[in-house]
Write a protein that binds this ligand. Structure first.
Ligand code: SAM
Length: 282
């Protein structure tokens, strides 16, 4: 019960942004050592955070151990292209395997920091098998939308990515696909053809940001996704290094870290047509 309340408390503590949630979680974690999961317990139960989380203690652990790094990784990755120029009036954001919604939050706060977030209306689609983290993501994003006065609607899909999703028709002219720390997961890799065929049919401009820790599995995931997307107009694959200050659950202190990520950025435009009227394919 204490940890369930903590999640609510951390969401309510947000005054400016996600950093408030993270810092509130870290303080709680430091004050309640005997209630916390150990790193070994967490990794064994969740298969290193790749399985859906099932308890609020796991959600607190994940927020403290990984969320800040993932949030910042997405924010630095977004600068690969200028997502803020000519920003569309209506944007669909799809967060695949969203967990607590860190990638969507990082994207929205990136736009807020550049003073463009209120120019657009957002349709946020959250896909995640864990009802616990899906619910946290929904509440966190709602809270941030209220604080920053964002025009935003949230749609949740509580299932895994092997199930195709039929998005309702909408007038969004741009879709941002966020795949944060999921392409290294075997069950996600097995669903890549389902994921890429739904991406292919998405009208308008499409931007895809996929980032995962620098493991061999992540490169395999990136390559599988790339191979299944013959419709791309452009693609960048890269390794990145982030310099950040974060709390270490192993050493129980704040420390400088430089986590590496393997990333894939892709762009395609389903509005572009050649003079003969056929869609341009890469
Ligand atoms: C490492 S976490 C990443 C969460 C979040 N995207 C982030 O960056 O913080 C991996 C997430 O993938 C989800 N997941 C695992 N297998 C999945 C599947 N087959 N389909 C959809 N999501 C899956 C897990 O429930 C978990 O939330």
């Amino acid at each position: 019960m204490k940890t369930e309340l903590q999640i609510e408390t951390a969401i309510n503590s947000i005054e400016v942004g996600f950093s408030d949630y993270y810092e509130n979680m870290v303080k709680y974690y430091q004050l309640h050592h005997s209630d916390n999961l150990t790193h070994t317990d967490f990794c064994n139960r969740t298969n290193r955070a790749t399985s859906p989380l099932t308890s609020s203690r796991e959600a607190v652990f994940y927020a403290v151990a990984y969320s800040w790094q993932h949030y910042q990784t997405i924010q630095s990755f977004l600068s690969v292209i200028d997502v803020t120029s000519n920003i569309a009036d209506k944007i669909r954001v799809i967060d695949y395997g969203c967990g607590q919604g860190v990638a969507t939050i990082a994207y929205l706060e990136y736009l807020v920091a550049r003073n463009v977030a209120t120019e657009s209306e957002f349709e946020v689609h959250l896909i995640e098998p864990s009802p616990l983290t899906l619910n946290i993501a929904k509440h966190l994003i709602k809270k941030l939308a209220n604080i920053h006065k964002l025009k935003l609607t949230i749609y949740t899909y509580q299932h895994s990515l092997d199930k195709p999703i039929f998005f309702k028709d909408s007038d969004c002219s741009e879709t941002v696909h966020l795949l944060s720390n999921i392409l290294d997961i075997k069950s996600v890799q097995n669903s890549i053809s389902t994921i890429s065929s739904s991406m292919r049919d998405m009208a308008g401009k499409n931007f895809l940001f996929a980032t995962s820790p620098c493991y061999l599995n992540s490169w395999q995931g990136n390559n599988l996704l790339h191979e299944s997307m013959s419709f791309l107009d452009s693609i960048i694959q890269r390794n990145s290094k982030l310099n950040t200050n974060m709390y270490s659950i192993v050493n129980d202190c704040w420390e400088k870290r430089s986590p590496k990520a393997s990333q894939l950025f892709a762009y395609w435009d389903n509005n572009q047509v050649e003079s003969e009227g056929t869609a341009i394919a890469a």
